[in-house]
Design a protein around this ligand. Structure first.
Ligand SMILES: Nc1ncnc2c1ncn2[C@@H]1O[C@H](COP(=O)(O)OP(=O)(O)OP(=O)(O)O)[C@@H](O)[C@H]1O
Ligand SMILES: NCC(=O)N[C@@H]1O[C@H](COP(=O)([O-])[O-])[C@@H](O)[C@H]1O
Ligand SMILES: [Mg+2]
Length: 387
C-alpha cells in the first residue's frame, strides 16, 4: 500500500481519494479548513496553511509519503524541488506544480520557450502599469491575478473606465503573496475545450476525447464529452499538450485548456491534476474516469488505452449565499431523472457562487449531445443550496 499526501482536499481530491481507496492506497488529505470534502473519505487529515513552507515541510516529514499529490495551486511549491532532491515523488513533478502555480511561469514557458500559440499578453504590477499594458494589448482584454483559479479576481476590460476597477478586483481575488496580473488580448473563440492528457512513468502519453465547456465569471458552469472539433484542430491541441507536458515532466493526468477560433487553436493554461470540467467523466463516459486515470498514473499502474464508452455532460450546483449550514433542496428531482446522477461535495460552508455539487447525465454514443447537456443544465437548476 502506498502512502499519498494529498495537498488540497476539495471535490476533485475527494473523487481521487475514492479512487485510491478502491485500490487500497493510504491517503492523508490536507487543506486549510476542517472537514474539507476529501478529508471525509481519507485515512487521515490535517489542517495547515499550504503557502507556509515550514508547515508543508512538517507534514511531509511526519507522513513520509510515497507520493505528494497537489490538488490545488496555492501551495508553497518552491519547496517541491527540495522534496524531489530528498527522494520524494511529487506529482506530476515539482516543476509542473511550481510553474502552474503562477501564470507567468507557465505562460512564458508555453509561448516563449515552446512557441505555442497563445493570446497576446503583458504583465502589470500596479494600476499605472496596467493602463500601459492595456494600451499595448488593446481592448477588450482579460485581466487575471498571476495567482488565482476558478476565475477569482478575473475581469474583462472593455473601456478605459474598467482599468482601475479591474486592478482593484484582481487584488481582491489574488491569493498568495504576488500582486502582479497578466493582461491577455480577448480571444474571440468559437468554443473552448479541455484536453485531458495522461503521462505515464512507463508507456505512452494518452489523450481523452476532448471536453467542451462553458464558463461564466471565469468559472466552469457545464461541460460535455466528446466536444465536436475538426481533426486538424484536435491534432494541433494534442501536439501542444505533448510538448508542454514533456517540458514539465512526470506522470499524472493534466487538464490542458485551449480556445478554438477562426485563426486556429490557442493554448490557454493547464492544471497538472484532474480538471473541474473533467468531472463529466464521472458519468462513466470513459473506461476510466479522470480520477482513476490520475491514480493509475501516479502509482505507476499501466493504462493500456482510454476509450469513449458513452456521451456525457455535467452542470454545476452553485450556492447563492453565505451559510454555515448549507442544505440541498430539490435533489429528489435529479434522482428521479433517467440517465442522470449527481455528487454533493459535502463542503461545510457556502458562499455566493461556491461550487457545492455537480449533476452528470449521459446517453449512448449515437445520441445528440445537446439532449444530454440540456438535461444536465435543467436538473442542476432544480437544486437549491439554502441554510
Ligand atoms: N484571453 C481570453 N480571451 C477570452 N476568454 C478568456 C481569456 N482568458 C480567459 N478567458 C475565459 O475565462 C475562463 C477562465 O480563464 P482561466 O482558465 O485562465 O482562469 P482560471 O482562474 O485559471 O480558471 P480555472 O482555474 O477554473 O481553470 C476561460 O476558460 C475562458 O472562458
Ligand atoms: N478550478 C479549480 C478547481 O475546480 N478546484 C477544485 O475546487 C476546490 C476548491 O473549492 P472551494 O474554493 O469551493 O474551496 C479545490 O480543492 C479543487 O477540488
Ligand atoms: Mg482555466
Amino acid at each position: 500500500m502506498a502512502t499519498i499526501l494529498l495537498l488540497g482536499a476539495g471535490e476533485l481530491g475527494k473523487e481521487f481519494v475514492i479512487a485510491a481507496q478502491r485500490l487500497s492506497q493510504k491517503v492523508i488529505a490536507i487543506d486549510s479548513y476542517e472537514n474539507a470534502p476529501a478529508m471525509q473519505v481519507a485515512h487521515e487529515w490535517e489542517v495547515i496553511n499550504m503557502l507556509d513552507g515550514d508547515a508543508l515541510d512538517a507534514v511531509v516529514k511526519k507522513y513520509n509519503p510515497d507520493y505528494i499529490v497537489p490538488e490545488i495551486e496555492a501551495i508553497r511549491t518552491e519547496r517541491f524541488y527540495e522534496y524531489e532532491k530528498q527522494g520524494y515523488t511529487v506529482v506530476p513533478s515539482a516543476k509542473a506544480a511550481n510553474y502552474t502555480m503562477n501564470r507567468k511561469a507557465i505562460r512564458d514557458l508555453a509561448s516563449k520557450e515552446l512557441g505555442l500559440k497563445t493570446a497576446h499578453y503583458r504583465y502589470a504590477t500596479s494600476a499605472t502599469e496596467l493602463k500601459k499594458a492595456v494600451e499595448e494589448i488593446g481592448m477588450p482584454c482579460v485581466v487575471k491575478p498571476l495567482m488565482s483559479s476558478s476565475g477569482k479576481g478575473q475581469s474583462t476590460i472593455k473601456s478605459q473606465a474598467d482599468i482601475e476597477k479591474a486592478w482593484n478586483y484582481s487584488q481582491e481575488g489574488s491569493r498568495g503573496d504576488v500582486a502582479e496580473v497578466i493582461v491577455e488580448s480577448f480571444v474571440n473563440f468559437n468554443y473552448e475545450i479541455t484536453l485531458l492528457t495522461v503521462t505515464q512513468r512507463e508507456g505512452e502519453t494518452l489523450f481523452c476525447p476532448p471536453i467542451g465547456h462553458r464558463q461564466e465569471r471565469g468559472d466552469y458552469q457545464e461541460s460535455w464529452q466528446p466536444a465536436t472539433m475538426k481533426t486538424n484542430h484536435l491534432e494541433a491541441a494534442k501536439d501542444m499538450a505533448a510538448k508542454v507536458t514533456e517540458a514539465l515532466g512526470g506522470a499524472g493526468i493534466w487538464g490542458i485548456e485551449f480556445f478554438v477560433g477562426n485563426e486556429g487553436v490557442y493554448f490557454s493554461e493547464l492544471s497538472p491534476r484532474p480538471h473541474d470540467t473533467g468531472m463529466v467523466t464521472l458519468a462513466n463516459t470513459q473506461n476510466f474516469n479522470e480520477f482513476e486515470l490520475h491514480l493509475r498514473a501516479v502509482i505507476g499502474l499501466p493504462i493500456p488505452e482510454i476509450t469513449l464508452e458513452r456521451k456525457g455532460a455535467s452542470a454545476v450546483i452553485l450556492a447563492n449565499d453565505f451559510s454555515e449550514n448549507p442544505n440541498f433542496y430539490g435533489i429528489e428531482k435529479v434522482a428521479a431523472a433517467p440517465k442522470s446522477d449527481f455528487r454533493l461535495f459535502g463542503k461545510p460552508t457556502s458562499r455566493p457562487y461556491r461550487r457545492m455539487g455537480v449533476v452528470v447525465t449521459y446517453g449512448n454514443l449515437d445520441k445528440d449531445i445537446s439532449e444530454i447537456t440540456e438535461r444536465a443544465k435543467n436538473l442542476a437548476c432544480k437544486v437549491k443550496v439554502l441554510s
